[in-house]
Design a protein around this ligand. Sequence first.
Ligand code: NAD
Ligand code: DAU
Length: 340
Amino acid sequence: MPKKIFVTGGAGFIGSAFVRLVLEREPDTQIVNYDALTYAGNPKNLEGIDAARHAFVKGDICDRKAVLDALPNDADAIFNFAAESHVDRSIYSADEFLRTNIIGTQVLLDAAREKGVRRFVQVSTDEVMGTLPEESDAFFTEASPLQPNSPYAASKAAAEFVVRAARETHGVDTVVTRCGNNYGPRQFPEKLIPLMIANAVNDEPLPVYGDGKNVRDWIYVDDHCRGIWAAYERGASGEAYNLGSRNERQNIDVVTSILDALGKPHSLIKYVTDRLGHDRRYAIDATKAEQELGFRPEMSWENGLRATIDWYLNNREWVEEIRSGEYRNYYQKMYGSSLG
Ligand code: NAD
Ligand code: DAU
């Protein structure tokens, strides 16, 4: 019997990579992909996939009836990728983050219970654990306290709590994954790496926040998706798993690597006002996922960054279509006063 899974947010960056990976590697799995197509969701992210095993439904995870209508009766799992995902936008306005990321997660948990879905996989983030001291041996582990510092991170931490409550109160079988910064094809160009690639390609200034020494722990998107699948298949109910590649980088080093790969001058870098509440360092200890799930990231940073840059160079119309739309207003609001 083919297995049916319900993926939310599958037209976004990571969700669409997950859909591709599952269709490629799990021939007996059928996917219902439920996505509201917000500014970050893009049907083009799903071009070329196997339509016979994939059904797309446009809908909001906060819409109870629409979720119940779309969720198959015999779904084996819900994978909840749908979210407002950009920290800077949450600093401007938190409302939509609280609505989608918390209420939406509760609606999905209720639907899982009502329809008897076997397992609920919540795609969370290392940002729920706050920030780490610079240049220390400290890492985020599953025992780290939840100490979110941005409205986005707070909404994702709250989502983890509603997931926990659904398990403790109603016995929903849940697994949580917490990953670090993803990079790869089809990431919306509001995020560091695609924004820097697009600006460098167009010889525009590269806005680096603060002193550029904030550290992020980068993982190639397909490695993250493999970890989510492993958590679904082998994770223990009620557990959280940290997913990471042991690949800490200062932002300034990421930006200069991009400029070097594109043969562009470092003079394009422009230091701008720091992000409010800017977390200094993320670093993930993925030992638990390695030991219990057999999680092994496959992509090196050098190959992953090259593949990502090549994808953006080969898909300039994908980027420019976004950059020429509503994104222009966002960019002006975010960067206009510092970049002129
Ligand atoms: P994204 O912003 O690229 O995509 C989000 C997707 O969710 C879009 O397709 C959007 O249309 C959809 N969506 C938003 N609100 C919705 C709603 N109310 N109902 C239905 N669909 C809705 O995000 P991403 O970077 O692909 O992140 C996916 C998930 O992974 C998020 O939950 C995020 O918190 C988590 N995560 C992201 C990273 C990262 O580095 N990007 C790291 C760890 C965890
Ligand atoms: O750690 C996981 C998280 O990674 C995910 O949960 C989030 O959904 C995802 O957006 C990402 O959050 P960050 O805030 O770390 O990613 P972002 O790409 O926005 O920024 C990465 C770093 O680069 C951060 O230190 C801020 C800095 N930055 C970002 C932008 C957009 C700049 O210096 N300049 C910029 O223009």
